[in-house]
Design a protein around this ligand. Structure first.
Ligand code: 13P
Ligand code: SF4
Length: 329
């Protein structure tokens, strides 16, 4: 088979997978970029890590690993590649750099932020530590390196309760997500002192919206992300990190499902579970959606948008992330 036929075969394979969620008119623009990125990736010994909220053409077309925040951090530490391109938001790329300090870590758009990470600074954490002396600080991985540097340990939604309980104290400062703190508090006896940060995507969902969807679809299974408000979690059948949601659908194969989270993920999971019907109220993360194939290609080709963290902050922040990695999922 000629080289061009082989390439066409690979592209056709990708498109046959995502054709139910990517219209043909869009695919015409995506296909040449996917081909160029996958070629460049091999030439440069680069790996592409993508969060579950990335669009299907990134998630299924170019990513070597697609996962939740915890798995992305752990994979960044394991990879043998020279360059990591993180298709996700800035804190994820920073975490990858902390886990793999000797690698070149690139993010396709430096402006891909996060409302949670922006809700708190390192000096806010110092203020909290003064207010609650001796109380350990658990910071969600959705924070800047400055905040991680002031923390004792990080967590993600996949291991928050486990991390809190690993400290062996009767109180912890848990930041910055108020709703995740609330979820953790319901699942542990440790007293949680929280901050007022919220995710601009998950805070939009309401318990009423979920109840209405359940009324219209009596046989539906509802799975919510723990960044959602408490009435959404109580109206759901299950709550967990994005990868736990993916596993739930894969294992249980419900007839109908509502994933109460960033809505692109439903497209990605639908592709792999064709017998499951997805109901999709669509809340998009504007930060995640800043990542496009064009930007991935440019940043990999020119090796631009490299993540740099000052030495002292990096050393302190790394300890919090490594402590989380030791605790695991
Ligand atoms: P997880 O993938 O860790 O569940 O995180 C969700 C999220 O909002 C990341 O931005
Ligand atoms: Fe941040 Fe929410 Fe977007 Fe995740 S979905 S990156 S938590 S704003």
């Amino acid at each position: 088979m000629s080289m061009q036929n082989l390439k066409n075969k690979e592209l056709n394979k990708i498109y046959s997978k995502i054709s139910s969620v990517v219209p043909e008119v869009e695919w015409k623009f995506h296909a040449p970029l996917i081909e160029k990125i996958n070629k460049l990736k091999k030439e440069k010994n680069a790996v592409i890590l993508a969060h579950n909220y990335q669009t299907p053409e990134i998630y299924h077309g170019i990513a070597d690993i697609s996962a939740d925040s915890l798995a992305l951090a752990l994979e960044a530490a394991k990879t043998q590649a020279k360059i990591i391109v993180l298709c996700g938001v800035h804190f994820m790329a920073e975490t990858a750099k902390l886990m793999s300090p000797d690698k070149k870590v690139l993010i396709p758009d430096m402006q891909a932020g996060c409302s949670l990470a922006e809700s708190i600074t390192g000096s806010d954490v110092r203020m909290l530590k003064e207010k609650y002396p001796g109380v350990p600080v658990v910071s969600y991985v959705n924070t800047s390196a400055d905040v991680k540097a002031e923390s004792d340990v990080c967590c993600t939604s996949a291991n928050a309760v486990k991390v809190v309980e690993s400290l062996g104290t009767d109180k912890v400062i848990f930041l910055p997500d108020h709703y995740l703190a609330n979820y953790v508090q319901k699942n542990t006896k440790v007293k949680i002192i929280s901050w007022q940060g919220t995710c601009m995507v998950h805070e939009k969902f309401t318990g009423k919206e979920v109840e209405d969807i359940k009324k219209e679809n009596p046989d539906i299974k509802v799975i919510a992300h723990p960044e959602c408000p408490p009435d959404v979690i109580s109206a759901s059948d299950f709550a967990g990190s994005t990868s736990t949601m993916v596993e739930y659908v894969k294992e249980k194969q419900p007839k109908k499902v509502l994933l109460v989270t960033e809505c692109t993920m439903s497209d990605n999971v639908q592709v792999e579970n064709p017998n499951v019907q997805f109901i999709k109220p669509c809340n998009l993360c504007p930060h995640m959606k800043k990542i496009t194939l064009n930007k991935v290609y440019d940043c990999l080709k020119n090796e631009t948008n490299e993540i740099k963290i000052g030495h002292n902050i990096a050393e302190m922040a790394r300890k919090s992330v490594l402590r989380m990695a030791e605790i695991g999922r």
